[in-house]
Design a protein around this ligand. Structure first.
Ligand SMILES: [Zn+2]
Ligand SMILES: [Zn+2]
Length: 100
């Protein structure tokens, strides 16, 4: 009986740690402040997402970072689960001044 309880507690701690680890490296609140979400327009000069290597298409949601780099919203949001830096210029968004 005791072993089962210890096992359960161990499992719980393991799951909690795992959950904690896949938390975004940058908070949604911060992300909102340092980036904007726009709809893709044909006249935009930046038209490729470097994360998935695909061109933006009409009505794609694009996240524009303060460094003026553009990515698919879904791609960059996934990226931020493992990094808090811009994939292109290595700019640390957590250290970005929010007032620029
Ligand atoms: Zn993409
Ligand atoms: Zn950048």
């Amino acid at each position: 009986m005791c072993i089962i309880v210890v096992g359960l507690i161990g499992y719980y701690v393991f799951v909690t740690c795992k959950k904690y680890r896949i938390r975004k490296k940058i908070s949604n609140r911060k992300l909102k402040k340092v980036s904007t979400i726009i709809k893709y327009k044909l006249q935009m000069d930046k038209n490729t997402c470097v994360i998935c290597q695909e061109d933006f298409s009409k009505r794609d949601k694009i996240r524009v970072l303060q460094c003026d780099h553009h990515f698919h919203k879904k791609c960059i949001d996934k990226w931020f689960e493992s990094s808090c830096r811009c994939p292109l210029c290595n700019n640390n968004l957590n250290k970005q001044d929010e007032n620029i």
